[in-house]
Design a protein around this ligand. Structure first.
Ligand code: FES
Ligand code: FES
Length: 182
């Protein structure tokens, strides 16, 4: 008769999870972490840094709620692995204001009532800030096109565009264009 196979504690223990050391400059502060290989930047920001302004909407790269500025570019942080982005400089919605002074885009969103529930708003604002830095906005249509990755389920698009347009015009991003005013 065969000897019964008995599982030992060692056999049944889950395999040890290897962690990856990563370092980021987040909102101007250098911080180091040990993360699992599959940890996204979104989860790093929300769960390791408690920067919950960056929202998890779809978690599939389709809504833009998780947009932050990484290495000067707006990205969907739900699609970016922290281990791959090791060393990057990250700006989240919490890092845009200077002390008590809101970033001009934040102020414009308030002035134009450019939100309802507010869930998409941090992503909209981070996306708009980086988009304006790209210097490609010449018209309302440009804003609509270049912000098309940021969805708003409340449908506040008209006011969002108006807010961004005001900052674009003030900053001169749409300086050569009459179209930026129409
Ligand atoms: S949560 Fe990242 S795109 Fe929707
Ligand atoms: S303000 Fe509610 S989803 Fe945009």
């Amino acid at each position: 008769m065969d000897t019964p196979i008995v599982a030992t504690a060692q056999d049944t223990a889950p395999p040890a999870v290897e962690r990856v050391p990563v370092t980021f400059e987040i909102n101007g502060k250098t911080q180091s972490f040990e993360v699992e290989a599959w940890t996204t930047l979104l989860d790093l920001l929300r769960e390791h840094c408690h920067l919950t302004g960056t929202k998890k909407g779809c978690d599939h790269g389709q809504c833009g709620a998780c947009t932050a500025i990484v290495g000067g570019q707006r990205i969907n942080t739900c699609l970016a692995l922290a281990a791959v982005r090791d060393g990057a400089s990250i700006t989240t919605i919490e890092g845009l204001a200077q002390g008590d002074s809101l970033h001009p885009v934040q102020q414009a969103f308030i002035d134009h009532d450019a939100f309802q529930c507010g869930y998409c708003t941090p992503g909209q604002i981070c996306s708009a800030v980086a988009m304006l830095d790209e210097g490609r906005v010449k018209s309302k249509d440009d804003i609509r096109e270049l912000m098309s990755g940021n969805l708003c389920r409340c449908g506040a698009y008209v006011n969002i565009v108006a807010a961004i347009l005001e900052v674009a015009n003030r900053a001169g991003s749409g300086r050569q264009s009459q179209g930026a005013r129409s």
